[in-house]
Write a protein that binds this ligand. Structure first.
Ligand code: GLT
Ligand code: MN
Ligand code: MN
Length: 391
């Protein structure tokens, strides 16, 4: 119920995480150069500690440059671990960058050149080594370059087969090394490719049961990506949750029909973000709340802190609103009424011959059914009242 503003302070149990690439984002876009200076990974970790985050996630090359020697790598990792420890920051998730280097111009696991595919596997295994060393248990795969501008380049079902083969391989590697990773697959419909394979979370949910180790693999849905596809994000999340596949989540915000904006959580569609937070809290999602977003290009690093604090604060405000919604008497009464049971009517449920005969024999009073009110206007307005602080 009504809580003091202190309840909007992030605490470790909220499991708020940020990508190293998010707070370190320098504001480069396809048309303009960086607006913020480079910040070391150690300083980014210190910033996350300062704003009250619980953890940091990273791609291999957010930390270790792609051409680092083994001894450079070890030195970098040592220093990073030290700064995580000093700032009380954990690393729950790691991932691999298979999109930045030009070698991935035709994709990584789905590229036509078998040598590129092999390099992508090697790079991912090394990123898994790095993640495991930092204590990560979730490994995200976002196939940003796995797509096409022209479908002349390959058969789309061959791409699916190549992707499956790569994921199977990586599951075996994780088991062989006893890393205990759960793989979380992240969908996106387009950008940077014209079309990306596995454009939505639903596509990945359909791929997973066809893998050799489906129990190891789930999804990492991102608000912005499903919104770009014009979908109801929470519905996708709910389906993933119901299937036991919500291994991770990328929170941010996005206006539909635009480039991938990765806006501060809750800055564009408060109402959809509310339903999302309410869903996650209602079902008791225990994974990290990861913000894959970045500050406006107009900000300096003080503004990046405002951005990071804002993501967490909005989540906690919406969590509080969800608790108010759940304990609102009028809302609860409406909810009870709209799904009230009419006694003595045969139902569907689990099939039985007897039940089916009873159902077939029953005569339904459609007019009476139409008399039952469905006051969704009122229900929605009550939601809006709560969100706008009028209730
Ligand atoms: C990149 C992308 C994100 C992915 C990251 C993981 S990298 O920033 O836009 O959506 O989650 O590879
Ligand atoms: Mn993401
Ligand atoms: Mn994004």
């Amino acid at each position: 119920m009504a809580k003091s503003n202190d309840s909007f302070q992030p605490r470790p149990e909220h499991k708020f995480t940020f990508g190293l690439w998010t707070v370190g984002n320098r504001g480069r876009d396809p048309f303009g150069d960086a607006v913020r200076p480079q910040m070391s990974p150690e300083d980014r970790v210190a910033m996350l500690g300062e704003v009250g985050a619980w953890g940091v996630n990273l791609h291999d090359n957010d930390l270790v440059p792609i051409d680092a020697t083994p001894s450079e790598r070890d030195r970098i990792v040592r220093s990073f671990k030290k700064s995580c420890k000093e700032n009380g920051i954990v690393v729950p998730m790691a991932t691999v960058n298979l999109f930045f280097h030009p070698v991935f111009r035709d994709g990584a696991f789905t590229a036509n050149d078998p040598e590129v595919r092999a390099y992508a596997l090697q790079k991912t295994m090394q990123a898994m080594d790095l993640g495991a060393e930092l204590g990560a248990k979730i490994f995200v795969l976002w196939g940003g370059r796995e797509g096409v501008e022209t479908d002349a380049c390959r058969r789309a079902d061959d791409a699916v087969k190549r992707l499956r083969e790569a994921i199977n391989y990586l599951c075996e590697y994780s088991m062989d090394q006893r890393y205990g990773f759960k793989l979380a697959l992240e969908a996106k419909p387009n950008e940077p490719r014209g079309d990306i394979y596995m454009p939505t979370t639903g596509h990945y949910l359909a791929l997973i049961p066809t893998l050799d180790h489906p129990e190891m693999v789930g999804v990492n849905p991102e608000v912005a990506h499903e919104t770009m596809a014009g979908l109801n994000f929470m519905h996708g999340v709910a389906q993933a949750w119901e299937a036991g596949k919500l291994f991770h989540i990328d929170l941010n915000d996005q206006y539909p029909g635009r480039y991938d904006q990765d806006l501060r959580f809750g800055s564009a569609n408060i109402k959809s973000c509310f339903w999302l937070v309410k869903f996650l809290e209602d079902v008791g999602y225990q994974g990290p709340r990861h913000f894959d977003a970045h500050a406006y290009r107009t900000e300096d690093y003080e503004g990046v802190k405002d951005f990071a604090r804002g993501c967490m604060r909005t989540y906690l405000i919406l969590k509080d609103k969800a608790a108010r919604w759940n304990s609102d008497k009028e809302i609860q009464t409406i909810l009870k009424e709209i799904s009230a049971d009419s006694k003595g009517i045969p139902k569907g449920g689990k099939f039985s011959k007897k039940g089916a005969s009873a159902l077939l024999a029953h005569s339904f009073d459609k007019d009476a059914l139409m008399e039952k009110r469905l006051p969704y206007e009122r229900l929605d307005q009550l939601t809006v009242d709560i969100l706008l602080g009028a209730r």
